[in-house]
Design a protein around this ligand. Sequence first.
Ligand code: ZN
Length: 346
Amino acid sequence: MKSRVVFLISAALVVTAGCSNTSSDAVESEDSPVSCTSTTVIDGPVNIATTVAPITSIVANIAGGSGATITGIVPEGTNSHTFEPKPSDAATLENADVIFINGLVLEEPTKDLALANLKDGAIICEVGSAILSPDQYIYDFSFPKDGGKPNPHLWTNPPMAKQYAEVVRDVLSRLDPAHADLFARNFAAFAEKIDALDAAMITATATIPEAQRKLLTYHDAYAYFSVHYGYTVIGAIQPSSFDEPTPKEIANLITQVRESGVTAVFGSEVFPSPVLEQIGAETGVRYVDVLRDDDLLGEPGGAEHSWLGLMRFDYVTMVEALGGDASALKTLDVSDVVKDTATYPQ
Ligand SMILES: [Zn+2]
């Protein structure tokens, strides 16, 4: 498995080398601390920093029980796409042996602060960039190619989240080989739950009439998810500037909603939008405003405050709003595989 990760990273490098329009996230040299491969071995528990809460939760499921300290940087419920770390976050970053970030240019200000404060031998592992080569990046309305920021939401797609967990397992196993067996066991148990979630979503999706498997979302967090489960993203509303769309764009969306026969439009809890409400009202289509892509449910320590709980919630919301039966999802056990002791800023 170790060799697989190395292969994926070198595959990404090959593609990057031949492409002139790539962003800094994918450019890694052998000596760069921006890497998911390190030969450093830590004496004692690993100090881990993470960015967004879903990644923190995935890391917590793999690292749990090893004594590792896990500290998130991006507060839950904030816009992770425009987030600027506080100067005080430098202390968390400079203490870390490894900083797991999503990559795909999601967290550049945090990455820059990390690079400026990284201790000797520490690495910044971009889990998304590690599992996906730039030619597989999805660009769209909210994440246009000429903006240089690909759609970064790989974690809403379970097979990709499982690959994140695999990268985390391999990185931690190299840093803390004494706990490699624990990381492998945690990964195996977590992978089983991810597979169960994936299977349940496939079952639930099959109950939605095929013509209704269409997503119009405010925040564009389901691009890779949609490819995997066979949904058509008929549009996302949020412009790349994170401002509200223009009246012309709204008019186009209203036409699109009418023509596509979509049964529901989905808002995001982190980005409340009067525009989506307006589109729902003008088209008579149901408006659901509770999706969330990186704000976990409830409070830290809560039963569904986890990546698994978050995804199940979003999937149930979508399936039911689109006229499907979500019971396969509702009966899932979405508890973490080990106690989550990570720090989640609120
Ligand atoms: Zn997002």
